[in-house]
Design a protein around this ligand. Structure first.
Ligand code: SR1
Ligand code: MG
Length: 411
């Protein structure tokens, strides 16, 4: 790995684009009129570049360190290759649900991709109280298509094993192991919360049953190489564009640098967690209609995942012992897993490093109750998943918990 490559700047971007003749029809490098750095993630820089005709392109570059923390946390920029390769592979299975990739520059760790600035980041839209109908269904379809295609069922054994070898991503998996599955359960130095939520964070650490469940989930995350996951599929990793009626006419999953072969329930659980975090925000702000809309998203996503996976199942490569009954068993297990992973992801965004704007931009007196609600809901869900996998019923229970503690931070 080299960390002495040239970083993208407004000064060197036009020459960089001009040197890539394959994108001359995408953008005119000789008439650039606008360049904005828009990276709001924790790791990379992202530029949106526009030419005189209004045509655009996105350049995403991995830095040799974690942007959120700075050079004191070095990190291999090779994660850009992982994201590039996964986006290409996932696009083979669900082209309409990912951004188009134009090229990858392995010397400077730059991905050139479709400008989706007519879309919105779904988290931003949810924070604003917007409703985009059909986005959860599209993401359920994306998960089913890309995970089926990269599983033993869709790819066959040899391609699956070769894929595992190629996509190994230990550095970023370790981040997830630490931040999602370990640090929230100890008084780790990177944990943080409002002083009023100390009691809630300590309740998590002292919840022996939860810690045991998280241990099981961490083990599954580390050992269950079922399919090539997105790896960090939260609402900030989804772009959505809707028509005037609110119907989502384009939904795209992006930013798959945490991709690796992992358990199928993980991406689904990540989405559930972020829906429940959005629900806590809507509840804190008293947005009842928006909370109704968000409450339907987990089931919408699951139904679309299940429907699409069932549709693909008859095309599995090896039908000899992978019976139809096996699909029923797998779907049941993946739902249990997804609820568990959701609980882990809810806790990490409240207690651990790298939080979400849904909660962080609330005023402190609302943030206390919202954070408390998310943590208590996670404690309930991680237990109940073994006996209650009815997603609408579970969601109602989560909503009730969030509502009950909504004002508990008010003076
Ligand atoms: C240091 S990276 C922190 C977080 O940002 C990414 O979005 C992942 O969720 C990761 O855990
Ligand atoms: Mg990300």
């Amino acid at each position: 790995m080299s960390d002495s490559y040239e970083f993208l700047t407004a000064e060197n971007i036009p020459a960089f684009l001009a040197s890539h003749k394959e994108i001359s029809s995408v953008i005119d490098a000789g008439s650039i009129v606008d360049m904005k750095e828009v990276g709001d993630g924790n790791l990379n820089v992202v530029f949106i570049i526009k030419d005189k005709q209004g045509k655009g392109i996105v350049l995403k570059q991995s830095l040799p360190y974690v942007r959120l923390v700075g050079p004191s946390w070095p990190m291999s920029p090779d994660r850009a290759r992982i994201e590039y390769e996964t986006t290409v592979i996932h696009s083979l299975a669900a082209k309409h649900l990912l951004p188009k990739i134009y090229f990858y520059d392995p010397q400077r760790y730059i991905i050139a991709m479709e400008d989706l600035s007519d879309h919105k980041v779904w988290r931003t839209a949810l924070n604003l109280g917007e409703q985009h109908f059909g986005a959860a269904e599209a993401i359920g379809e994306y998960i089913a298509r890309v995970l089926f295609a990269t599983s033993i069922f869709g790819a066959g054994a040899e391609a699956h094993y070769k894929g595992i070898a190629r996509a190994i991503n230990p550095e970023l998996c370790l981040i997830t192991e630490d931040l999602v599955f370990t640090e929230p359960y100890f008084p780790a130095g990177r944990n943080s919360y409002l002083p009023e939520n100390k009691i809630d964070a300590e309740a998590i650490i002292n919840d022996a049953q939860m810690v045991q469940e998280i241990g099981q989930l961490k083990y599954k995350f580390m050992t269950s190489a079922e399919a090539l996951l997105h790896g960090d599929l939260h609402t900030g990793s989804v772009m959505v564009k809707s028509d005037a009626t609110g119907k989502a006419i384009s939904t795209r999953a992006f930013d798959s640098e945490f991709s690796f072969y992992g358990p199928i329930g993980f991406d689904i659980g990540a989405c559930f967690a972020n829906f429940y975090i959005a629900l806590a925000r809507a509840t804190a702000l008293g947005r009842t209609a928006h909370a109704d809309y968000i409450s339907a998203l987990p089931e919408e996503l699951w139904r679309a995942f299940e429907k699409n996976f069932r549709t693909l199942w008859p095309s599995r490569v090896d039908k000899r012992v992978f019976s139809d009954q096996m699909l029923e068993d797998l779907l049941a297990q993946w739902k249990v897993d997804a609820i568990g992973f959701a609980a882990a992801k809810m806790v990490r965004r409240i207690v651990g490093l790298a939080k979400t704007s849904d909660i962080e931009t609330l005023e402190p007196n609302l943030r206390i109750g919202a954070a408390r609600g998310v943590l208590r809901a996670a404690q309930m869900a991680v237990r109940e998943r073994h006996s209650n996998t009815d997603i609408p019923a579970l969601t109602q229970k989560i909503r009730k918990i969030i509502e009950e503690v909504r004002t508990s931070g008010e003076k």
